[in-house]
Design a binder for this molecule. Sequence first.
Ligand code: TYM
Length: 338
Amino acid sequence: MVKRMIDGKKSLFSGMQATGNLTLGNYLGALRNFVKLSDEYECFFCVVDEHSITVRQDPAELRKRARNLLTLYIAAGLDPKKNTIYYQSHVSAHAELAWILNCFTYMGELQRMTQFKDKSAKHADNINAGLFTYPVLMAADILLFQADVVPVGSDQMQHLELTRDIAGRFNSIYGDVFTIPEPYLGKAGARIMSLQDPSKKMSKSDENPNASIYLMDDKDTIMRKFKRAVTDSMAQVKYNDEQPGVKNLIDIYSVCSNKSVAEVEAEFDGKGYGEFKEAVGESVASILVPLQSEFNRLSSEKAFIDEIIKENAEKASYYANKTLRKVQKKIGYPERIR
Ligand code: TYM
């Protein structure tokens, strides 16, 4: 059994990219679960700015979005005194461990990653090595903090599986160095679909703005987008695969209103899609509008946020370096002379 890094409490790690406009999918699949689990675990919530540069970024824009995401973590209810909320680029151990783990990951494993295939199709003019080894950096993120649990949406499951494989491979050579992490998927909300094409995941890079609810959409926009959401001609609010649009809306409503699927079906039995969509919009707005006002309030607290950035980078570095030093010793790097 790997020794718990932080005595008493199990450890949780997760991260989000600061690129594009965050969507309701990011919130329901990830951020909401971060908040839910944050009392139970010793948590590390990272703004993964190093992952972001696998696609070309405007520097000023990346910096701004990274800060906004860090602020959003706190606005969503993560206490920055209890949880370690930080930028990946402020903790050099991420990149250092990623290099080591690159040497324990096979080309064939990375070639199978669907995200790599999708992103290289989308950015055919920039299929860089970082895009290819992206999942190794993600494995380093998780393993540095000996994470027991990693809350993610279902699109990240393949990366999680790879992380477990890399950790198991390393442990089988060097002993129990890494905790093997378990994914945490919410019961509903792990895969929120596009409002315009429910066979596709809701994605911040979707070209059609009506396909996604952005976390910063105002109430009118939210209501309008749900009103336009693609459904079907079956005229029944039932949860099944023949009605993917309705199914997605039920998922969203069920999570946002804390009702079971059966309760939602019963509530809208015999009612029309218009009424149903309005209720879905209201339930989403009732979460996003307060989130936005807290985000706006915190955004003006510059000194407070700066302090968190500084303190938490130090705290994250402390724990990350503990694991990194152990790994470096195991693989035979020369000892540091103090
Ligand atoms: P990213 O930034 O694309 O997404 C952040 C989180 O949001 C989830 N998500 C969704 N969940 C449900 N429905 C959707 N439509 C939807 N879209 C996105 C994602 O599954 C994710 O949990 N590689 C990761 C970031 C990362 C990471 C990590 C995550 C880097 N290192 C270590 C966990 C642990 C990514 O690009 O997520």
